[in-house]
Design a protein around this ligand. Structure first.
Ligand code: CAA
Length: 380
């Protein structure tokens, strides 16, 4: 058994913070549809903006399991805050930590880890969604600078309202297919780079999702991450890690819905007794609990494999697939247990129900997870 008391103590501290600071703001964040700057700066004080970053670079030096527990617990009370932290840590910082030069790490990671700057990942484009290799944005080397042209869409944490840093992909050599894609670091506010319209979403309404535009945008050639042509693989590796955090987010949302459903089953009386005494409801709760527990086992296992330096591509895809589809199942069953009340905005359940859907889409749809798993099972 991989479990250790130290992680339960850690969870207790994180849960206490989440219940005190984030939970009271969750429904307002959703209603206002606005980035929760106050909550994110409270998270920064807890060290949640640089979770797996080494302490020498201003981070908290957590292991991946601790990081997973934080995303799970935060998402249990507020999905919007959960995805802001997951995208920032896994996709905004992690590629720089993994592939950056010492100079790039020293320059870009500390402001991200302290929360001074929010991190973001620009891969998706109008014609490069599931087919991430279909990237059209170009980066042309001109002297000491790269000239960027193109656009990105559905970019989490993209905003002009606070300081931001992005890792983005662009084609440096059209002839080489995915081996001609490179990745770059770019800061918000760079001339020629602008954030487009903020999307109006079904759920996770407190997290900013926007387009990015590059119009003859010049960045120093030192902003290239790794070598030219490495970008696609770097992003695939970053997504392997990111999928653990989206799985953790789905797990947290499912746990939040399950908690509501258990309470409701004890309180709500029909036919002269609490509905939780009816087998129809008991079986739902048993299935929901089983889905949540199995999701947790898969996700924690991928986190442990990652920390042990073992391959985890298949495991993180399985964890994300199972946890996100379980979140759909659990929130659906919770809604059935609540009946009409669950459909009303007076209860948090409808927010959780809407928030959970993104987990089957973001960082690779369920269909892409199955493709990744099948390739690993069958051999590429
Ligand atoms: N680790 C290391 N290398 C990898 C890799 C991995 N996990 N996956 C692929 N590669 C390498 C391959 O080995 C191959 O290298 P060689 O050519 O040297 O052998 C190269 O990358 C190309 O791989 P494929 O041939 O497998 O590439 P493909 O075009 O067939 O597509 C895919 C692979 C898995 C479908 C990929 O395109 C993919 O993951 N798509 C989904 C994209 C995605 O998840 N988008 C989410 C956007 S981010 C987001 O949503 C964030 C948010 O806001 C929440």
């Amino acid at each position: 058994m991989f479990w250790d008391e130290k992680y339960e103590r850690f969870r207790g501290q994180v849960r206490d913070f989440c219940e005190r600071v984030i939970a009271p703001r969750a429904s307002e964040i959703d209603r206002e549809g606005k980035y929760p700057a106050d909550v994110i700066s409270a998270c920064a004080e807890q060290g949640y903006l640089g979770m797996v970053v080494p302490e020498g670079l201003g981070g908290s030096g957590m292991d991946t399991l601790e990081y997973t527990i934080v995303v799970e617990e935060v998402s249990r009370v507020c999905g919007s805050t959960g995805i802001i932290l997951a995208a920032h840590n896994s996709l905004g910082i992690y590629p720089i930590d993994l592939f950056g030069s010492d100079e790039q790490k020293q320059e870009y990671i500390p402001p991200l880890a302290s929360g001074k700057r929010l991190g973001s990942f620009g891969l998706t484009e109008p014609s490069a969604g599931s087919d991430a290799g279909g990237t059209q944005t170009t980066a042309e080397l001109k002297g000491d600078e790269y000239l960027l042209n193109g656009s990105k869409c559905f970019i989490t944490n993209a905003s002009d309202e606070h300081e931001t840093g992005y890792v983005i992909t662009a084609v440096t050599d059209k002839e080489k297919g995915v081996h001609g894609i490179s990745s770059f670091i770019i800061l918000g506010g760079t001339p020629g780079f602008r954030v487009g319209k903020k999307e109006n979403k079904l759920g996770l309404r407190g997290s900013d999702t926007a387009q990015l535009f590059f119009e003859d945008c010049r960045i120093p050639k030192e902003n290239l991450l790794g070598e030219e042509g490495d970008g696609f693989k770097q992003f695939m590796i970053a997504l392997d890690g990111g999928r653990i955090s989206i799985g953790a987010m789905a797990l947290g949302l499912a746990q939040g819905a399950l908690k509501q459903a258990i309470a409701r089953a004890g309180e709500r009386e029909q036919f002269g007794k609490p509905i939780g005494r009816k087998q129809a409801i008991q079986w739902k709760l048993a299935d929901m609990h089983t889905h949540v527990s199995a999701s947790r086992m898969l996700i924690y296992r991928s986190a442990l494999l990652k920390d042990a330096g073992k391959p985890f591509t298949r495991e993180s895809a399985m964890g994300k697939l199972y946890a996100s589809e379980s979140a759909m199942f659990v929130t659906y069953q919770a809604m059935q247990i609540f009946g009409g009340y669950g459909y009303m905005k007076d209860y948090p359940l409808e927010r959780i129900y809407r928030d959970a859907k993104l987990c089957t889409i973001g960082e690779g749809t369920s269909e892409i997870q199955r493709l990744v798993i099948a390739r690993e099972v069958l051999g590429r």
